[in-house]
Design a protein around this ligand. Sequence first.
Ligand SMILES: NC(=O)c1ccc[n+]([C@@H]2O[C@H](COP(=O)([O-])OP(=O)(O)OC[C@H]3O[C@@H](n4cnc5c(N)ncnc54)[C@H](O)[C@@H]3O)[C@@H](O)[C@H]2O)c1
Length: 353
Amino acid sequence: MEKKKLCLIGCGNIGGYHLGHFMQYGDLIEMVGFCDLVHKRAEEFAKKAGQGRTYWDFREMYDKEQPDMVFICLPPTVHGEIEKETIKRGIHFFVEKPVALHMEIAKEIRDLAAQRRLITASGFQCRYSNLVEPNRTFIRENEVPYICCNRFGGIPSAEWWSDKAKSGGQLVEQTVHQCDLLRYFCGEVDSVCSMGGRGFVRGEVGYDTDDLSVTIVRFKNGTMATIGTGCYVKNGNAFDSKITFSARDKRADLRILSTLDIYGEQPFAATEQSGFVVSGDGGVAAAGDGKVRYTQEGDAGLICDRTFIEAVISGDQSMIRSSYADAVKTLAFVLACNRSMELGGAPVRPDAL
Ligand SMILES: NC(=O)c1ccc[n+]([C@@H]2O[C@H](COP(=O)([O-])OP(=O)(O)OC[C@H]3O[C@@H](n4cnc5c(N)ncnc54)[C@H](O)[C@@H]3O)[C@@H](O)[C@H]2O)c1
């Protein structure tokens, strides 16, 4: 089989993550071009890959290399012209999340890509985790009225990150992964109410974003959720990322790309030690009675990238769990949270954006 030609635009942090995956797909692709405004970064990528030419102008790269597909790994504000030119040339594309910071740009790209029938994907690799299917089964088999989602971490190193105008803010740039999974599990969002807080991160230069936010979500299927998220954490011990799905007589705790614990699958045997302790929380119930644990296997990001490449080869978009068009819906979800923060917590419907 003739190998497909792949280009990468944006040789930064996440570009390096994808490069590590491409190097394992020598059977499928040839890495023909690396593009970055900082040319040294593109050169380092080509050196590591042991193949490909380097560019600072993506148009010149497209002219010379005529790629079949491109991975676009750029800061959130650098979306629009590059995707439109990519579509015009009929190149299949993978775009990192968040796919844009404005709905008008994202919708235009979505519609143009659909007209050309291009294969598209976005960087929601968590959807490819082996924990996702048992989690979906749990939700299918149990009514889940309420979901509690938390993500508390620190500040990433990218120089654009701490400015909300450049990153979209902490919820849009980071917690978009959790929001995307909630959509994957529960369907579309009816409305959100969000409140943001600032001042918990101290001593950062050029810092200008909400470092804490709390959101109430109502899904169209009636499920309600809360999302607490922040970036003021300084110590790994304080880091917390967990989604709890609360059913009537069971509970699932998802630690993304790590573990899925389902409580209540097996009968809870009350012992003398456990006494009248309410079953469910492993921290309280003696010996974690009734818990079933699933553990992350393999690298979901590797599967995510390979799925896109295989979809380009086969022409089968249906293999992809997060198309560009689907990522636009997740963008509407998180931008609705931002809008609600601006309105001091008033309800906002993603469909209205
Ligand atoms: N899927 C994930 O888990 C994940 C993880 C980290 C980052 N991301 C996303 O990936 C995107 C990039 O993040 P990052 O951390 O890699 O940022 P980064 O700043 O490390 O890398 C971006 C690179 O793009 C280059 N660049 C900027 N404008 C360009 C242009 N017009 N043409 C060519 N190159 C250009 C920069 O010089 C830089 O090298 C962001 O949207 C981020 O949210 C996704």
